[in-house]
Structure formats: C-alpha cells, structure tokens
Design a protein around this ligand. Structure first.
Ligand code: FAD
Length: 327
C-alpha cells in the first residue's frame, strides 16, 4: 500500500498535491511548529513515504486519538498570486469545506492512496482462474517495484486495458442452472433483523480503523498479530449471523428471496463487509510475513532493507511465499 501524506481530513479525502510543499508550503502541528525536521533533515521535502511516516508518528506521539487527528498544511508562505495561478482547484475544494487557503492552514493527514499489490496476472491480464481477468489497480502485473512511480496507474489502466482488445476468449465452463430448485427465502422479524444489521454496520466501520492502526504506515509484529486474531474473531461473528448462514449456503444460480427492508443496500453492506474482512486478513498476514521495510511498507521492528526481500509477497489460499524472481 502506498500512502499519500496530505489528504484533506474531510469526507472524500481530497488529496492536496505534493507540489504545494515543493512551492514552499509548511507542515505544522497544533503549536505551529514545523515538526517534519524532527524526522528528516529535508523536512517537508523528504520523500513521500518519509513525510507520511513523519506525520503518522507525530500524531501517534502527540494525540489521544491519532486515527482521527490531523496536522496542518500551511500554504501562506507561498505568494497568494502563485497559489491562485497554480492551485485553483485546491482553493475551490478547501473553500467548499470552509478553509480559505490564503489565510488559513489546511487540516491534513496521511491516507491510503494506492494498492500496489493485487491479483497476480500475466502480461495479457490473465489470472490463474480460467476466464477471470484483472486490469488496473486491482491487478498485480509487476509494473510497480517496492514503491509506485507517479502516474503508473495510467500504465496499468491504459496499456493493460488496451491489451484486453487482443484477448483470445477461452472456452470456460460456467456453472449450469440447477433446474427445478425451489425458491429459498430468508425471513427475520424486525427486531432480530435490526440487530444483525447493526452488527454488520459496526463491523464495517471497525475494520478500516483496525487495519489503519495496525497495518498502516508503521507496523510491528505484536500489533499485527493482535489484529489478525481480532479479524479472525470478527470473521467468525460475521459467518455466524443468520443472514450470512443463509447467503453462504446458497448454491450458484439457486433462486433466493430476502424479505428484508431496503434489500439492495443491505446486501451491498453484507458483501462489502465480507470482502473487507478478507482483504484486511490478507493485508495483515502479508504485512506480518514481510520482515523488512521497503517502499510503502515500514516495519518499526525491521527498519532495514534486506536483499532477501527484494521480491514480492505471494499468497494463495493459506500459503504465503516470496516470488522466486528477484524484482
Ligand atoms: C484521490 C486520488 C488521487 C489519485 N491521483 C493519482 C495521480 O495523480 N496519478 C496516478 O497515477 N494515480 C492517481 N491515483 C490512482 C488512480 O486514480 C487509480 O489507480 C485508478 O483510477 C484505478 O483505476 P481502476 O480502473 O483500476 O479502478 P477504479 O477507477 O476504482 O474503477 C473501478 C470501477 O469498478 C466499479 N465497481 C466496483 N465494484 C463493482 C461491482 N461489484 N460491480 C460493478 N462495478 C464495480 C467502481 O464503481 C469503479 O467505477 C489517485 C487515486 C485517488 C483515489
């Protein structure tokens, strides 16, 4: 995962371009102090991952709830005329949130920006599941090294997207309809359904928080292991919900009806929570597996580069291993 150092801490997490620091903006804390020099001699102009880490660690040290805290990006050292000319969109978005960048600092914190891993594909976007292709940020094509170069997403989307035009469609067998199966129904009384729904909502909100705290910009074995145990227990809670028992027992193409209010939104919540639990588990396990720091990853307990880790982490089912090729 690559982290961006300066996302506006408002819904939507608009990214404040790193170019503003290049033009002279300062990162300051609540006391107005330029704290990044405590972490790197280049201060605000240190590399992206170093600045993200400096903000993260400063918030951890100085705030009661670092997950929701922020520092300030102060554009006032840049001449107003230059701000108007170079950054009109930043002015506009910040204005929308009540921040006048010409006279006020912007509340910012690091945010997860780009998933550099993903589903392993070959150069024709094929995965190891016949008929399943992956393109874009979801794929792991091998174009990123330990970190991502700016605009490599264009390469992933455009070059690999264009490859799809040359696709030789494979003959893939699909699950055939199971004829004559009766419609299965899921019913729950109002109070019981509300409890399940509430449970799903709480899980959905807790997952990103846990992963941010334990597998975010700085990680270490003890908190990763604790988070893996927590996710495993949440997976069990999730699976034991009656709605999960019902949906997970369905066979492909089996007709089903859910007698619950606002069914589409609820199914989406259910499916997203399930996916997030899986993804959280994979990220945490992979982070615990990689005992070094490289690119986007920083292990507090393994700060050094290790030549043996000049590889990708691969996962299939419950097996984790290093890619055979030195990348
Ligand atoms: C704020 C921000 C700034 C960025 N800035 C840069 C930059 O400056 N330079 C750069 O190189 N990269 C940048 N990136 C990264 C880049 O934008 C993304 O990597 C790229 O857009 C990913 O494209 P994609 O097509 O793989 O995925 P997406 O653009 O996420 O497209 C996935 C699509 O699938 C849809 N979808 C999801 N689930 C389902 C479903 N179940 N059924 C049907 N549809 C579904 C989604 O609605 C979405 O339209 C930035 C990203 C962010 C968030």
């Amino acid at each position: 995962m690559q982290f961006h150092p300066t996302a506006l801490t408002k819904p939507g997490r608009f990214l404040i371009s790193e170019a503003v620091r290049g033009e002279g903006a300062h990162l300051i804390d609540n006391d107005g102090r330029r704290f990044t020099f405590d972490y790197h001699p280049a201060g605000e102009l240190a590399p992206r991952d170093v600045v993200s880490r400096a903000i993260f660690r400063h918030l951890q040290r100085t705030c009661a709830d670092p997950a929701t805290a922020h520092v300030w990006l102060d554009m006032r050292p840049i001449p107003a005329e230059k701000i108007r000319h170079r950054f009109p969109n930043i002015i506009k978005v910040c204005q929308h949130w009540g921040v006048d960048v010409l006279s006020q600092p912007i509340p910012v914190a690091p945010a997860a920006h780009y998933w550099m891993g993903g589903i392993v594909t070959d150069l024709m976007n094929r995965t190891n599941i016949p008929g399943l292709y992956a393109v874009g940020e979801t794929a792991s094509t091998g174009v990123h090294g330990a970190n991502r170069l700016a605009s490599n997403s264009l390469l992933e989307c455009i070059v690999f997207g264009a490859q799809m035009a040359h696709l030789q469609i494979q003959n893939v067998s699909r699950p055939s309809d199971l004829p004559g199966l009766p419609m299965r129904e899921f019913c729950a009384d109002v109070t019981e359904w509300q409890l399940q729904q509430e449970h799903l909502k709480v899980l959905r909100d807790k997952i990103p928080r846990l992963v941010w705290q334990s597998a975010g910009i700085c990680r270490e074995q003890s908190s990763l292991e604790a988070a893996i145990t927590t996710i495993e227990s949440w997976q069990q809670d999730y699976t034991s919900l009656p709605v999960s028992q019902f949906l997970l027992s369905l066979r492909p193409t089996e007709p089903a009806r859910l007698d619950i209010p606002d069914v589409e939104r609820q199914l989406r919540l259910w499916a997203e929570t399930r996916n997030l639990l899986d993804i959280a588990f994979l990220i945490l396990k992979s982070a615990a597996f990689r005992t070094e720091s490289r690119g986007g990853h920083y292990r507090l307990d393994y700060p050094q580069l290790e030549p043996d880790w000049q590889v990708h982490t691969l996962v299939q089912q419950n097996n984790w291993w290093k890619s055979p090729v030195v990348l």
